[in-house]
Design a protein around this ligand. Structure first.
Ligand SMILES: [Zn+2]
Length: 433
């Protein structure tokens, strides 16, 4: 009797302690440090295609995983999960329209060809003042004819934005694209023109960072719980009042920070029966290449749940101390998380933006297609977030205490799954497109 009583008291106390300790183990100072580092200008917006910034981010996350004391994945000697890709980089551009050399800042070149050499032999199109620039430009990039596109000067603001996205190193992936498109800003006629473009192909490595905490229970060790976020962002955009770096503090330095903090928390707790996998993905912004590669390195049937964390930097539509879960109705993952937060101030909600297709717009989708209860947790008001994918997604626009409490809530809500007491239902993969 006494023994049982002691045990019950013991459990109770340790439960209470872990709830209290969470404020010590996951705190604002460290959250600020991580986001500040990941969203610094020196990381150049962490484009997964550009060398430099993304490599610094990877090295930083690697050092954090090492400091925390995570293990590399089985068979690996480091946290770096690398895979090769090919990119094409422009090395020379000369565009002349009616004898006038067009300056680089008035050009967008979209081409997968190593050499483009036109002498009045592409088709000439126009995007006039009254037209929808983005829609037309996008359509013109889709088909495979060579085009010189004259863009009315009134479209300059959107042209500058598009420049950041399209006028950069391109990933070569999928079926070869044959047509090249050159957009020229501020020209309304081209009687004669010459275009010469030289580009170089290059193989390079993309890198996910993956660290593990092996499960303490031999029976549960084979069952994986994944915590993930993407550490890449969109890089450099066109200039906006002197700033051109899209820092991606919310998207998704906040989620990457959560992954690191959760790793630190569960390492200290030492109570995970299941094996925990902490993943910082690359190349989410250009098509989810990192999470796709990750999903091919493991047996999806062994993944019990995936907590993907994406944009938790600002107060949600439901007010503070609240977040939402995408694909809520597809498994009972969300209900389990909600249940574990009873008695706290924090609440989880189903995704309030079904029209935005957020379930498919982050790294959870790949594993969800394989049947894993893989969901994204977010607080972003995506319908009105004016900083989303702009140069103003910076540390200063974030609510650090909201981020910290969201990470704490994820930690508390995951306890049963981490301990092996709770197992979410699988997602019906036939219903995931
Ligand atoms: Zn994102």
């Amino acid at each position: 009797m006494k023994k049982i009583n002691l045990l019950v008291v013991g459990l109770f106390v340790s439960g209470a302690l872990s709830a209290q300790n969470i404020n010590k183990l996951i705190h604002e100072t460290n959250v600020t440090r991580l986001i500040r580092t990941l969203s610094a200008d020196s990381l150049g917006g962490r484009s997964s295609l550009l060398p430099g910034g993304i490599d610094k981010a990877a090295a930083f996350i690697e050092a954090e995983f090492l400091k925390i004391g995570l293990d590399p994945p089985p068979g690996a000697t480091s946290f770096r999960q690398e895979f090769p890709k090919e990119r094409i980089r422009r090395t020379g551009t000369t565009v002349t329209v009616d004898g006038e050399v067009i300056p680089a800042e008035n050009l967008i070149v979209v081409s997968n060809q190593e050499k483009v050499d036109w002498n009045n032999n592409a088709s000439v199109r126009e995007i006039t003042k009254e037209k929808n620039f983005m829609r037309l430009a996008f359509g013109m990039m889709e088909d495979s004819t060579d085009k010189l596109v004259l863009v009315d000067a009134s479209h300059e603001p959107l042209f500058r934005r598009a420049q950041g996205y399209y006028n950069r190193i391109r990933l070569l992936d999928g079926p070869p694209k044959t047509g090249s498109v050159v957009f020229v800003l501020g020209k309304t006629a081209a009687t004669s023109y010459q275009v010469q473009i030289a580009q170089e192909r290059e193989r390079f490595m993309m890198t996910n960072l993956v660290g593990m905490l092996p499960g303490k229970s031999p029976a549960r060790r084979k069952e994986l719980v994944v915590f993930s976020g993407h550490y890449d962002h969109i890089g450099i955009l066109g200039q906006v009042s002197g700033d051109s770096i899209a820092n991606g503090a919310d998207d998704d330095a906040s989620g990457t920070t959560a992954v690191i903090e959760l790793a630190r928390y569960f390492k200290k707790l030492k109570s995970n029966s299941r094996t925990l996998v902490f993943a910082a993905f690359t190349a989410e912004e250009i098509g989810g290449y990192g999470s796709r590669h990750f999903s091919q390195q493991l047996n999806p049937d062994s993944v019990v749940a995936m907590f993907n964390i994406e944009m938790i930097g600002k107060v949600s539509k439901f007010g503070k101390d609240a977040a939402f879960i995408t694909g809520y109705e597809r498994s009972d993952f969300g209900k389990i998380l909600q249940k574990n937060l009873k008695g706290t101030a924090f609440t989880f909600h189903p995704d309030p933006y079904p029209d935005q297709n957020l379930f498919y717009r982050s790294d959870n989708a790949t594993l969800a297609r394989l049947g894993v209860p893989a969901h994204t947790i977010s607080t972003d008001q995506i319908d009105i977030d004016k900083f989303y994918h702009t140069v103003d997604d910076e540390l200063e626009t974030l609510d650090i205490s909201n981020i910290t409490r969201t990470i704490q809530a994820i930690a508390l809500s995951a306890r049963g799954i981490v301990a092996g007491r709770e197992t979410p239902t699988r997602i019906d993969k036939t219903k995931v497109r």
